[in-house]
Design a protein around this ligand. Structure first.
Ligand SMILES: *Cc1c(COP(=O)(O)O)cnc(C)c1O
Length: 395
């Protein structure tokens, strides 16, 4: 059996998204900046896509800027806020320790340029509170950037509460909503979100396309300089086919949020209940404040990488955490941020589901994973020491 359980890394494109894209690769190939009709057809399709995206987020079409994906939108949001802050002598930014690297590395760069960064503790459950954000805000704070839902442990932040705090204190609020968009209900106005990042390939759209919502009146700083596309805020001939496809995928996902969440969370809960029976294991991240499709465990005494390789041999595509850090030997910064010690953080497994996963697949994973964990423990020198009481179990 083949099971794809790495939907937080990327998703398979939907038929809707593929069909939406094809005419713009073939018939309507014009440059949307051109004045003749095949160009204007592309421009019109892009405008429709912008309106669709805006409707799903609860904002205006002109508040949407298309980017090459989530990473670029995160960079642009944070740099724009920093440029605005610097003009007012405000050089303090609040974030959390478990953000995506597109956020953390951008903040590192700003730190080198004299900004002060406060990374809030995310606690063992992987959730920050609006009160903690409020007490970290200072007179010189120019930005709060906190992810909507974490890509590794799936925890959902109290975004409306944080938005309210930021609005009250007059501080810009950006959220990386790449894991939430298309999966959770978002209303940027009701939630007081000033800037929001999303990426199409996390909701069955194409890779390499995303969007940045920025509330009207927030001037964006260009990351890519050149032509006047995207109201002069993002140069480069637009990826029309992907933009149209992203909007189709987003609309489809947003129209089915509740029924998908119901189906996916039932599969998730079955998986969590089954894997919890493995001794010396722990679920990472809050059980309730959690994305419908996210399962993340640590198993003591094994290496996450060997687990992934053996699961791959059994047809299961899973991850040890972030796709971006696999290949490096460092444990996940997210698991360290929720206080898992290094030796535990190394033995992690993330399974992320979508509406196309089935109960048969979950049953198969619940049969294979305990067997593979047992096998790896049987050949692990660390496990031998633990079992012989030469070392203390942590879990
Ligand atoms: C995938 C992801 C990104 C990066 O998006 P790309 O479109 O791949 O650049 C950023 N943030 C989070 C939370 C993600 O899951």
């Amino acid at each position: 059996m083949k099971v794809y359980a790495d939907n937080a890394a990327t998703t398979k494109m939907s038929r809707t998204a593929i069909d939406a894209m094809l005419p713009y690769l073939d018939k309507f190939y014009g440059n949307p900046s051109s004045l003749y009709s095949i160009g204007q057809e592309a421009a019109e399709a892009m405008q429709n896509a912008r309106e669709t995206m805006a409707r799903c987020l609860g904002c205006e079409a002109r508040e949407i800027t298309f980017t090459s994906g989530g990473s670029e939108a995160d960079n642009q949001a944070i740099i724009s806020a920093a440029v605005l802050g610097e003009k007012k002598g405000k050089k303090h930014i609040i974030s959390t320790a478990f953000e995506h690297h597109a956020v953390l590395h951008t903040l590192n760069r700003l730190e080198k340029q004299g900004f002060e960064i406060t990374l809030l503790d995310v606690h063992e459950n992987g959730v920050v509170t609006p009160e903690e954000v409020a007490s970290a805000i200072r007179d010189d704070t120019c930005l709060v950037t906190i992810m909507y839902a974490n890509n590794e442990i799936g925890t959902i932040q109290p975004i409306a509460g944080i938005g309210e705090v930021c609005k009250k204190k007059g501080v810009l609020f950006h959220t990386d909503a790449v894991q939430a968009a298309g999966h959770l209900h978002i209303d940027v106005k009701a939630q007081n979100i000033d800037m929001l990042t999303l990426s199409a390939h996390k909701f069955h759209g194409p890779k390499g396309i995303g969007a940045l919502y920025a509330r009207r009146g927030i001037p964006l700083t260009n990351i890519i300089e050149g032509g006047a596309q995207e109201r002069g805020k993002r140069a480069g001939t637009e990826n029309v086919a992907s933009i149209v496809s992203m909007a189709a995928a987003f609309e489809e996902a947003c129209d089915h949020i509740d029924e998908n969440a119901k189906k996916i969370s039932a599969l998730r809960d079955k998986l969590i209940d089954g894997l919890s029976k493995i001794p010396h294991s722990v679920l990472n991240g809050d059980r309730e404040q959690r994305l419908p499709g996210n399962v993340n465990f640590c198993f003591e005494g094994i290496e996450g990488e060997s687990l992934l390789l053996l699961l791959d041999q059994k047809g299961i595509s899973a991850s040890s955490g972030s796709a971006c850090t696999s290949g490096s030997l460092d444990p996940s910064h997210v698991l360290l941020a929720i206080g898992r010690p290094h030796e535990i953080a190394h033995g992690s497994l993330r399974l992320t589901l979508c509406e196309w996963n089935t109960e048969e697949e979950v049953d198969y994973m619940l049969q294979v994973i305990p067997e593979v964990v047992s096998y790896l423990r049987s050949i692990s020198p660390i496990w031998r020491d633990l079992a012989a009481n030469k070392k203390q179990f942590i879990l």
